[in-house]
Write a protein that binds this ligand. Structure first.
Ligand code: NOJ
Length: 573
């Protein structure tokens, strides 16, 4: 079956991090039955797809991305029966489910790895990437691990060889060069698809094909490891593998696929998502996640420049228009909360800036992804010490920076800004102890602001973020302009305002959002000055402020406005 109706273009995806969404059995860990309880909530929000972060059996070194059995459900999340019920109930409510396919690496606890490390000539020997040491016994090349724990190679005495792990030591990379391994992956995909799941988010997919020469990264600083991405990003056979996956599996089902494409510039992204290439429907791009990188990469205290953010987002909109398809996201389980990073989480501006960001993102072309809690404007957390953090990456980075001699205050500032745990604190449902997430102490501390910021409070407040999201989602579903319209940037150099138009068959939406906490002027673009303007959505409830003839608007802090602009003779939609 082919994706003839391209339903994923109309999808609005809600991402669930199972561990932190809703705990049904009060062991402090979110679970599948907790998700089932919240299906009515999700249906009411208007989303129609759930992306589930990994729920498979796992020792949980990397919160489930280290998988020890791709056919089993992790014990604390529930049973396969619970999953089947979740799938059925979601489908009955008009909600599809896509799974996380994490097949760049497995866990060291997977039976394949346990066998693989035993010898060089058993069935699983080549399921992973093994290399002999250099003559001096050192690692095969200078690649460092993405999680900052040192070399990307780990020596295994049993085989007298090193294995590659781009991420944690406990996550050996799978060897995609091996056709038997690829067949195992395809069989597993069929297993879940035959259950009725509706697609996959393909984890780290741009990293599965390695340069078989395994060259040193020549740009590495002296005495430091090279970039783990060198020789593994968008590798030589990645498209061949994905086309094979499409032919063998995906082409037989009407599913949605989104590939996590780290270090993939837009031209390369097209190779993954042009429909005629028969690979994936879309990718998660990272360019806009890089706008505030500093001298240590992601862990930084830099503030982004709006012009940089616009440049990259506008580029993706323009380059993919008509030839590929975008994913639209501000954050996920690996990123800080978007309102803290791109908006302003000061209580005075939190709601305005969160809704402004939602507006300027979700009126773009592509499939929206909403990370759990974004719809109520959940914020970053600043735990006092590293001991409160759970993420393996945060701990590795803390160690690395300490070894480098950075002051604790500086390190904690980076962790507060960028730790992945910012996004992983439990979902804030209500004002009860543990915020309605659980009756037991959660596996990770709650954000202490939960008594103010929670679903219950938000929904009953005068200005509900949740309801604003509902309005946007509803509008998107009904609007061909939002789905299909051409994208045109406005004043990309403006340092306060994010603005663009979407136009479909002569019908235009003008979208604008202020990133400033002061009042700023916005001049309506000349070619739209004589048009009638009809308000589609705004995040202020009082009248728009403008000059007498309406050619200049005075945008209040973090104000967002979408107009439908119309020449008098044109009929609306
Ligand atoms: C990407 C996932 O999004 C992230 O959470 C995980 O740590 C890495 N892949 C490694 O599995």
């Amino acid at each position: 079956m082919t994706n003839k109706n391209e339903w994923w273009k109309n999808a609005v995806v809600y991402q669930i991090y199972p561990q932190s969404f809703k705990d049904s059995n009060n062991d402090g860990i979110g679970d599948i039955n907790g998700i089932r309880e919240k299906i009515p909530y999700l249906k009411d929000l208007g989303i129609n797809v759930i992306w589930l972060n990994p729920i498979y059996e796992s020792p949980m070194v990397d919160n489930g991305y280290d998988i020890s059995d791709y056919y089993k459900i992790h014990e604390s999340y529930g049973s396969m029966e619970d999953f089947d019920n979740l799938l059925k109930e979601a489908h009955d409510s008009g909600i599809k489910i896509i799974m996380d396919l994490a097949v760049c690496a497995s866990s060291v606890e997977h039976k394949w790895f346990k066998e693989s490390k035993k010898s060089r000539n058993n069935k699983y020997s080549d399921y992973y990437i093994w290399k002999d040491p250099k003559p001096d016994g050192s690692a095969p090349n200078n690649w460092g691990s993405i999680f900052g724990s040192g070399s990307a190679w780990e020596y295994c005495g049993e085989r007298e060889q090193y294995y590659l792990h781009l991420f944690a030591v406990e996550q050996p990379d799978l060897n995609w060069e091996n056709p038997d391994l690829r067949k195992e992956v395809y069989d597993n995909m069929e297993f879940w698809l035959n259950k009725g799941v509706d697609g996959f988010r393909l984890d780290s997919i741009s990293l599965i094909s390695k340069n078989q020469d395994f060259p040193d990264d020549p740009n590495a600083n002296k005495n430091d490891y090279g970039s783990p991405y060198f020789g593994s990003s968008n590798g030589p056979r990645v498209h061949e593998f994905l086309q094979e996956m499409y032919d063998n599996v995906l082409s037989k089902y009407d599913v949605m696929t989104v590939g996590e494409a780290t270090r993939t510039p837009v031209d390369k992204a097209l190779l993954y998502c042009q429909p005629e290439r028969k690979e994936l429907n879309m990718v998660f791009q990272f360019d806009h996640m890089h706008v505030d990188y500093g001298k240590f990469g992601r862990y930084s205290d830099l503030k982004f420049k709006l012009s940089d953010l616009k440049e990259t987002m506008f580029l993706w909109q323009k380059k993919l228009n008509g030839v590929g398809w975008n994913s639209l996201y501000w954050d996920n389980h690996d990123q800080p909360r978007f309102v803290s990073r791109f908006g302003n989480d000061n209580p005075k501006y939190r709601k305005q800036s969160a809704t402004m960001l939602a507006t300027v993102l979700y009126f773009q072309q592509g499939t929206p992804f909403i990370y759990q809690g974004d719809e109520i404007g959940m914020t970053n957390v600043s735990f006092d010490t590293i001991d409160f953090y759970k993420d393996i990456e945060a701990h590795n980075m803390y160690r690395k920076f300490s070894d480098m001699g950075l002051p604790n205050e500086e390190i904690m500032c980076y962790i507060h800004n960028k730790s992945r745990d910012n996004a992983r604190t439990p979902m804030q449902w209500d004002t009860n102890l543990f915020s309605g997430f659980s009756h037991a102490k959660p596996w990770i501390e709650l954000n202490p602001n939960y008594p103010e910021i929670n679903v219950e409070n938000d929904i009953k407040s005068e200005f509900s973020l949740h309801d604003y999201y509902k309005d946007i989602i509803k509008y998107r579903k009904e609007s061909k302009i939002v789905r299909e319209g051409d994208f045109k940037e406005i004043s990309p150099e403006d340092s306060d305002i994010f603005s663009y138009t979407r136009t479909y068959e002569g019908h235009t939406l003008l979208v604008l959002g202020s990133f400033s906490d002061k009042k700023v002027c916005y001049n309506i673009p000349n070619h739209l000055k004589d048009f009638n303007r009809e308000l589609v959505i705004s995040n202020y409830d009082s009248n728009i402020e403008q000059n007498e003839n309406g050619s200049t608007l005075y945008l209040r802090p973090y104000e967002a406005i979408v107009f439908y602009v119309q020449q008098k003779i044109i009929n609306k939609r």
